[in-house]
Design a protein around this ligand. Structure first.
Ligand code: GCO
Length: 490
């Protein structure tokens, strides 16, 4: 089932449909089923920010005792432009300049990530508190992030630190990675080290980034590191990440009582193909929903797994685990780019297969349907089915059409994309959803995983030869929005 299921979200596969994507490719079209917002003014305390990830931006992979991650050894031949992230945005060294760009745009938050292999280079060091401090921890890595946090605070930018944005220490992968329950404990230890040592000034945490994407693309499709293609790994990769998250939250809260802790999920409405088999397509789409969305939402909010997901995790689920996974969150981070489309397929082992988006809709550079109504749908579902948690949009944004050339500086398509998605956010807020902020993906064009540098999501362009940063039109637009709270009309 899952091999087919995951074809839907295989970016390479989806990207085929996007060949020749034009400048207008990011401009949404068609009627949106959510009501136009009555107001275009966001509340004064609405958080405006940007999001980034360590491996996509830092470079300096060997600096200051960093260990390797699964992404360090992911074969370059499997990256579309044959590139690697050894330089990326050079943000390990240029972080002050990056913070300046954020602050100068009037943004109050930077969601960044901490690289686990910089803190625990071998992933498995004896982390328990020793009389002399933490054993197995790389002090130089902690010192680096202390400087990064301070640089943010000095400019009035609050860092939200993601603890795991897919860069698992390679040594842990060699011991089985997310297949193994022990990885959850190692993660909780690492999370405790970070919150204990940096928590005097770093108060906001995002525990996991898109565990669904990591489980599926990394373990079943093999398009992301660790590059495994084994459907049997899905259940363990789902459950051990959920368990790791619960254990980490417990450990962090035990150490400090003043932290704001959330987690981030890649939520997609699961839509069914049409036609005379539509009722069967609906069943397939519901199965997919249970694995992609429910398998991560339910354990943390309800202490359970939906039926389809339960069948996958049963072999690794132990008594008491679902009490651990169910933890109060201070916020749920929602990353939204597109809905998924699924269909029933009699010949597939699972009867489940990806479907094309409806004909005529606008696609993004990855071949995904650009549809802000999907974001509205996700936000109102959280309101209705998960107790209306505080939500922050922790990622949303739009790539230029894929290109090895320079970025598009006059990126009106990106402005239009963000504007339309923020209308969906405002409309959901007016319908009672509890939404506290929007962090744009991303600040600077960076290394986009399997796409390498050919996919560019930034408000700021980067010259890869010189590292020089050049703000795009969207940077000025987003600054005006963040400073005024007023969403302009087209
Ligand atoms: C993800 C990640 C980001 C991506 C972004 C654009 O969703 O894949 O969180 O690392 O770069 O989503 O694709």
């Amino acid at each position: 089932m899952l091999v087919l299921m995951t074809m839907q979200i295989t970016r390479r596969h989806a990207a085929l449909g996007a060949v020749g994507a034009a400048l207008s490719a990011c401009a949404p079209q068609g009627a949106s089923p959510f009501a136009a917002p009555r107001s275009r003014t966001f509340p004064d305390d609405f958080l405006w920010g940007v999001a980034s990830a360590a491996f996509q931006t830092e470079g300096a992979l060997a600096a200051d005792g960093r260990g390797q991650s699964v992404w360090d050894v992911f074969p370059r031949e499997r990256i579309h432009d044959g590139s690697d992230a050894s330089v990326a945005c050079d943000s390990y060294r240029r972080f002050s300049e990056d913070v300046g760009l954020i602050a100068d745009a009037g943004l109050k938050v930077h969601r960044l990530s901490i690289a686990w292999p910089r803190i625990v280079p071998d992933g498995v060091g004896a982390l328990r508190m020793m009389p002399a401090g933490w054993a197995g921890v790389n002090q130089a890595g902690l010192d680096h992030y202390a400087r990064v946090v301070d640089a943010h605070l000095e400019r009035g930018v609050t860092p939200y630190a993601t603890l795991f944005h897919w860069d698992l220490p390679l040594a842990l992968q060699e011991r089985g990675g997310w297949r193994e329950r022990d990885t959850a404990q190692r993660f909780a230890d690492y999370a405790a080290v970070v919150s204990e040592t940096l928590g005097d000034r770093l108060k906001h945490f995002v525990v996991l980034n898109e565990a669904a994407v990591h489980a599926v693309l990394g373990h079943v499709v093999g398009e992301h590191a660790p590059g495994q293609a084994d459907a049997a790994l899905l259940g363990p990769a789902i459950h051990h990440q959920n368990l790791a998250q619960g254990m980490a939250i417990q450990a962090m809260r035990a150490g400090r009582g003043d932290l704001t802790i959330g987690t981030t999920m890649a939520l997609m409405p699961s839509r069914a193909a049409g036609g005379w088999l539509a009722p069967l397509h609906r069943l397939a789409a519901d199965d997919f929903d249970e694995v992609w969305n429910g398998a991560f939402l339910d354990p943390v909010f309800k202490g359970s797994y939906p039926k389809t997901a339960l069948g996958m995790v049963e072999s690794v689920l132990r008594e008491g685990d679902l009490t651990v996974t169910r933890q109060p969150l201070d916020f749920l981070g929602v990353n939204y780019y597109a809905p998924s489309y699924m269909r029933f397929d009699r010949d597939a082992p699972s009867h489940l297969a990806p479907a094309d988006p409806p004909p005529g809709v606008t696609l993004d550079a990855f071949g995904r349907h650009i549809d802000p109504s999907g974001l509205f749908e996700v936000l109102t579902r959280l309101r209705d089915a998960y107790g209306n948690p505080r939500v922050i949009i922790t990622e949303n944004g739009c790539s230029d059409p894929f290109s090895d050339g320079p970025a598009m500086i006059d990126d009106r398509f990106r402005i239009e994309y963000v504007r339309r998605h923020l209308e969906a956010v405002m409309s959901a807020m007016e319908a009672g959803a509890n939404i506290g902020g929007y962090f744009h993906w991303t600040l600077i064009d960076n290394w986009e995983w399997a796409e390498g540098y050919r996919s560019k999501f930034g408000l700021v362009a980067m010259d890869r030869t010189t590292g020089v940063r050049t703000p795009k039109a969207s940077y000025a637009w987003f600054k005006a929005l963040a400073e005024s709270g007023e969403l302009t009309t087209a």
